[in-house]
Design a binder for this molecule. Sequence first.
Ligand code: T3D
Length: 259
Amino acid sequence: MNYETILFEARDRVGRITLNRPDRLNSFTVQMHREVSHALDEGIAGKMRVLLITGAGRGFCAGQDLSDPAVRPGSDLKDALELHYNPLVRRLASLELPVIAAVNGVAAGAGASIALACDIVIAARGAKFIQSFANIGLVPDSGGTWALPRLVGQARALGLFFAGEPLSAERAEAWGLIWKCVDDDKLLGEAEALAAKFANAPTAGLALTKRLIRESGARSLPEQLDAERDAQSALGRTRDYQEGVAAFMEKRAPNFTGS
Ligand code: T3D
C-alpha cells in the first residue's frame, strides 16, 4: 500500500508507524485510520515483535481532524468511534507484542487516548497531554475514561478531563501517567533502544504479561493467580524459557526467538 498519511517501516523485528500529517498536528482522518490498520496488518504479517508509534513534526497527534465533514457538528459521531477509534484502541490493547508510543509533541483528545492505549509511553520533555474533549463539548473517548482513572486516580482524571488544560510530560511522568520523560533530542534514540531490547526479548512472555496486566482489573486475586499459573504453564514449555535458563547456567547472553 502507498501510505499518504503515515510512514510505515518494519526493520529488525520492529514495526514503526509515524503519523504523518504534521501541518494538522497528525490529527486523524478516516484515511489515516485505514492506513494505520493496514500497517498493523503488514507488521503482523511480517512478524514484527514490537510496534513503535510516533508523530512527524512538532506534534504527536491532535486527535480527530475536526475539519473532516464526517464529524461535522450535528452528525452522529457514533460511526467515527465504532468504525475507527474503538477498533484501533482494542487492537493496540490486544496486540500480542509490546507497543511503544514515543510522544514527540502535543497529544490531544483521542491522540492522548491513543498514546495511553499503548503499553509503554515515552514522551519528550517538551510534549504535553491535553484532554481537550471538554473544550469542544465532548466526552473523553478512545478509552480515555478507562485508562486515566486507572493510571492517575479519579481526582486527577476528572481534573484533567474537566479543565482540558495541558499536562506537561514531566508531570505526566511524576503522576504515573507515562513510563518516562526524556530530553527532546533523546526521545527517538531511547524509544528505538527500548524497541530493540524488546525485539530481542522472550516476546511470548511479554505478550502474556501484557494480557495478564490488562485483564487483571476484571479479576479477583484468586482468579488472577489461576491466570498466572496458566500463563506460566504455557511459557514453561517454550524454547525461550529453555534458552533463558541455559544461558543463565552457562553465564552467556540468551538468544531469544519469541517461540
Ligand atoms: O469527532 C469525532 O469523530 C469523535 C471523536 C473525537 C475524538 C477527538 O479527538 S475530539 C478532540 C479533537 N482534538 C482537539 O480538540 C484538539 C484541537 N487542537 C488544539 O486544541 C490545538 O491545536 C493543540 C492544543 C493540540 C495545539 O495547539 P497549537 O497552538 O500548538 O497548534 P495550532 O496552531 O492550534 O495547530 C496547528 C495547526 O494544526 C492549525 O492549523 P493552521 O492554523 O496552521 O492552518 C490547526 O488548525 C491544526 N489542527 C490542530 N489540531 C487539529 C487541527 N486541525 C484539525 N483538527 C485538529 N484536531
